[in-house]
Design a protein around this ligand. Structure first.
Ligand code: HEM
Length: 144
């Protein structure tokens, strides 16, 4: 087995496992925060009449996080390509990048006292590392 891509992978995995055990549907916890912070984006889900797209987007985000901290086979590329795709949905990358932080807040809420200082460190460092990938993604149409 190769080493995980991220030093605190086990802590991220533990927190997401607890989240999955304790919360059947984390979507309201995450999207409630997204829409409170960015009220304009709720209307951008107009095609999502039954929550399927929001559910799929969140599921893909959880999978991407697990891959990002583990084998990192695709998540770094996925994050970079989704930024561009979302600019096509008129979601600015500054908004896009906040999603992972709202996921972190939702996990913290569900874990309660099981969100330890080590969990906090792991998520903070992972969010910073994801942000570095986002910052390195060229803007479409920007001069090279
Ligand atoms: C606050 C940040 C974000 C907003 C406002 C947002 C917004 C949207 C919207 C409006 C759609 C639906 C487009 C349509 O009508 O088909 C969508 C789809 C999608 N988003 Fe996001 N997005 C955000 C962050 C992310 C992140 C971080 C990821 C994953 C890395 C992601 C992955 C996806 C995927 C995979 C879909 C397609 C889902 C499907 O239809 O199968 N999004 N997003």
């Amino acid at each position: 087995m190769t080493a995980p891509a991220f030093a605190h992978a086990a802590e991220i995995e533990r927190s997401l496992e607890l989240m999955a055990e304790r919360c059947e549907d984390p979507a309201p916890l995450v999207y409630g925060r997204v829409f409170a912070a960015h009220p304009q984006v709720e209307a951008q889900f107009w095609r999502d009449t039954n929550g399927t797209i929001r559910g799929e987007m969140l599921a893909r985000t959880f999978s991407a996080i697990l891959d990002f901290v583990g084998d990192r086979l695709y998540a770094d590329h996925l994050i970079k390509t989704e930024v561009i795709t979302h600019e096509g949905y008129e979601v600015p990358r500054e908004v896009f990048s906040t999603f992972f932080g709202f996921v972190a807040e939702a996990v913290r809420e569900v874990l309660g006292p099981d969100w330890t200082p080590a969990t906090e460190t792991a998520w903070r460092e992972m969010l910073a590392e994801i942000q570095r990938y986002l910052d390195a993604t060229p803007r479409v149409g920007a001069p090279a």
